[in-house]
Ligand binder design. Sequence first.
Ligand code: KIV
Ligand code: ZN
Length: 505
Amino acid sequence: MSKKDKVFIFDTTLRDGEQAPGASMNEKEKLEVAFQLERLGVDIIEAGFPVISKGDFNSVKSVAKHIKKSRVCGLARSVKKDIDACYDAVKGAKRPRIHIFLATSKIHLEYKLKRTKEEILKMAVDAVKYARKKTDDVEFSPEDASRTDKDFLFRIVEAVIKAGAKTVNIPDTVGYGVPDQFGQLILDIRNNVPNINKSIISVHCHNDLGIAVANSLAAIKNGARQVECTVNGIGERAGNASVEEIIMALQTRSDYYGCSTGIKTQEICRTSRLVSKYSGFVVAPNKAIVGANAFRHEAGIHQDGVLKERTTYEIMKPEDVGFVETGLVLGKHSGRHAFRVRLKALGIDLKDEELDRAFNRFKNVADKKKEVYDEDLIAIAEDEAKLVPKAWQLVSLSATSGTKIAPKATVSIKSKGKTFEKSSSGDGPVDACYKAIEGIVKVKGELLDYSIQSVTRGKDALGEVTVKVRIKGKNYIAHGASTDILEASAKAYLNAINKMIVQSK
Ligand code: KIV
Ligand code: ZN
């Protein structure tokens, strides 16, 4: 077999992904995602944009401190203040990178930056030289490259490489590119920039026309060797190229692309689930690679084909991307040891006290549910191993509602060993329940988003509720799981309140 060219995977879930409206994560969540990205094997983690806020700075700093294998990168505009903040945030990393950007298209120069081409060229070169004094790993992005005059693009790419940029990233910032043309642009850069061999060509595609992955792959086919992408494709507007799709396209069609990545593909599903949980962006069932239906065959002819020979209708194996086989694994007679062993096999390692709580929950669920699947176990374990210590916990809940009666709920919750109870009415049972909780906790939240998903199939499935709540001017995304949707709703709301309490300490 011929040796494959390595394509570096640059993950920007924590920077461009987190720029998606409503996707913000807190520092702990970002660090957990970074650990999972490292487990997945991404080469570079873009952890944030340090100058924009104290929160972003601290998150990048914490990722830089803890991540050992992947490079850790921060974003900066082409000004000293940004570069200083960026370096301060990433300098603790084993392998820090500064990523500088500056718009180069006519439209951005005229309307946004109000600068001439010569001024832009000088700013870019000065910024790269300044950053190179701090670290030798500097990346430069001419923002809106796909709409930039080609001759100017060649000039600026040549100049920043001469100034010391080791990676030159070509962004399709507004998702305007189409595969043939974008691939040709990469080829043109290779053929017209004399010092291009001194740097790696990267691409960064947005998904406004739904072709970010296709554009990225066309660029790789034409010589790009770094690709910037996000988990589940989250990002500004319609998002970025999705990392899982690019990885699996390169692997499944390595005969065509002749490239490989260092990715541990079996970690893909777990990464997708984690990002979905913390960003609050639910993955569509038909999403390629990680959607719940990605490996499900419904049509009789397909099922028959797969049973006879898997490859008739499957180009990838579900286990290759870490899809956990759904099977009946544990029941109400299973013990704590079997429970722990099964969780370990699913990649979940709980501390003793979390395991005790999760095991009690599992027993309750096993009593109510005929079949307990791996997905149920994951939801229970994740619910109990929340990063947020349970300042408030649900004790009990009852509610009445109907077409002709006013919805009412009575909620009992406890904190630090003390139990409180309150009844309230509301627009529906969930609203009544949330009002009762607020009455006890003395906190007023605005429910911005509420969604419920069943974890497995069937009438007795666990329901997982995701809420986005605004409390004291900040948004919190939180989850709760139960076979009872009202209980799951109450848990999710309490979890949001607990997050707020921890973060305002
Ligand atoms: O889309 C874009 O152009 C960016 C740059 C900062 C790389 O995100
Ligand atoms: Zn972008």
